[in-house]
Ligand binder design. Structure first.
Ligand code: 13P
Length: 241
């Protein structure tokens, strides 16, 4: 069965104190959220500890935003899967377009990170999506198919979430039309061997468009940046109608 997963990606936002303040505002607002919705917060490495302690026993799952493929070693600035598991993370974002664009992440390293996450019991959220240039050139489909082929080599599709995040819609307020997003998510599903993979949409998801996005038949959830930073807007998204 396809699960509904609503994940916030805080990116490089919030100190420990700000994270605690967020939780105080957010947690009371999800007491009536339907049980079949999984709620995840992917927070910066420095807030994982405090958020983990404060989410303990709650329905909200903890996620990280990157993971290295080795367990230990001389990899300055990186974090391994066992470190994330120990601190209480269940999910990890892998291959976000900001990692690919600004930090030299390639399909090869994305694949290694996915495999390492899975073999240590973390559930990876693989991000794929096209640039504006690729969309305008009619290359959306071929680009995404290539990303999936290269990223998913050897990856277990029983323990995988995919987020379709068109790069031009991230942080721009320029949301992908929900029907177009639904179509690309359907395309992604058609390329998978497991039809039950949860596939999210991400890119300028907000309280005022969440209901329409979640009404699309192929879309099983969202990966949200900016609008996951405020307790009220994130609660409205999680409590979509
Ligand atoms: P925004 O919701 O800020 O557009 O970011 C989307 C995103 O990149 C989530 O990973």
């Amino acid at each position: 069965m396809r699960r509904i997963i609503l994940a916030g990606n805080w990116k490089m936002h919030k100190t420990q104190e700000e994270a605690l303040e967020f939780l105080q505002g957010f947690m009371p607002q999800i007491e009536k959220t339907p049980e079949d919705r999984e709620v995840v917060l992917c927070v910066p490495f420095t807030t994982l500890g405090v958020v983990s302690k404060n989410l303990h026993g709650s329905r909200v799952q903890l996620g990280a935003q990157n993971v290295h493929w080795e367990k230990t070693g001389a990899f300055t600035g990186e974090i391994s899967a066992p470190m994330l598991v120990e601190i209480g993370a269940r999910y990890v974002v892998v291959g976000h377009s900001e990692r690919r664009q600004y930090f030299g992440e390639t399909d090869e390293t994305v694949n290694k990170r996915l495999l390492a996450a899975q073999s240590n019991g973390l559930q990876p959220i693989l991000c794929v999506g096209e640039s504006k240039q690729q969309r305008d050139a009619g290359e959306t489909e071929s680009h995404i198919i290539r990303q999936l082929e290269e990223d998913l080599v050897g990856v277990n599709q029983e323990n995988l979430v995919i987020a379709y995040e068109p790069i031009w819609a991230i942080g721009t307020g320029d949301t992908c039309n929900s029907k177009d997003a639904n179509e690309v998510v359907g395309l992604i599903r058609s390329k998978l061997s497991n039809a039950n993979v949860t596939i999210q949409y991400g890119g300028s998801v907000k309280p005022d468009n969440i209901d329409e996005i979640m009404a699309q038949p192929e879309i099983d959830g969202v990966l949200v940046g900016g609008a996951s930073l405020s307790p009220d807007s994130w609660a409205r998204i999680v409590n979509y109608k």
